[in-house]
Design a protein around this ligand. Structure first.
Ligand code: THU
Length: 157
């Protein structure tokens, strides 16, 4: 037997500790929650992706009466970026959420498994790490890559 330990490094930062560029991405992710359509869950998620050409793609969760037809904020943003800037590498993504109480979530909001899988593909296409900023009301978790959020990922068949 061989034991393998997988470690996910996370830096917890205050908003003030972020660089100007990261603050801007966090602000845009927070603002993107306003584009959420969430009449069923009342949980509003926003995502902002910084691209290598300097553009920032934003997305918000879009729900549907046929529940599985809805889409998460992260995939809304990354598919929009992929469709509008094909081949342009992702550099960084920030994700924020407003909870059912109408307030920014106290805990940093982490992407679901399906979004991690989708984002991982864009990280692979970028050919370098895509940093992830998970935004909470008073603390922001910074992770070095999407892969660090999805160890032992499915990547080929
Ligand atoms: N949601 C996201 O937008 N991103 C995630 O990574 C997890 C969940 C959305 C989907 C649904 O509209 C609502 O949050 C509640 O699950």
């Amino acid at each position: 037997m061989r034991k393998i330990e997988i470690i996910t490094p996370v830096e917890a930062k205050s908003y003030d500790e972020l660089t100007d560029s990261d603050r801007r991405l966090v602000d845009l992710a927070r603002r993107a929650t306003e584009g959420s359509y969430a009449p069923y869950s009342h949980f509003r998620v926003g995502a902002a992706i910084l691209l290598a050409n300097g553009e920032i793609a934003v997305g918000a969760n879009q729900e549907n009466a046929a529940f599985p037809s809805g889409m998460c904020a992260e995939r809304s943003a990354c598919y929009w970026a992929g469709a509008n800037y094909p081949g342009v590498a992702f550099e960084k993504i920030a994700i924020a959420a407003v909870g059912t109480d109408g307030l920014p979530t106290p805990q940093p909001c982490a992407p679901c498994g399906a979004c991690r899988q989708a984002l991982l593909e864009y990280e692979t296409l970028a050919g370098h790490d895509v940093e992830v900023l998970l935004v909470g009301a008073s603390e922001i978790y910074s992770l070095p890559s999407v892969a660090s959020l999805l160890p032992l990922a499915f990547s080929e068949f």
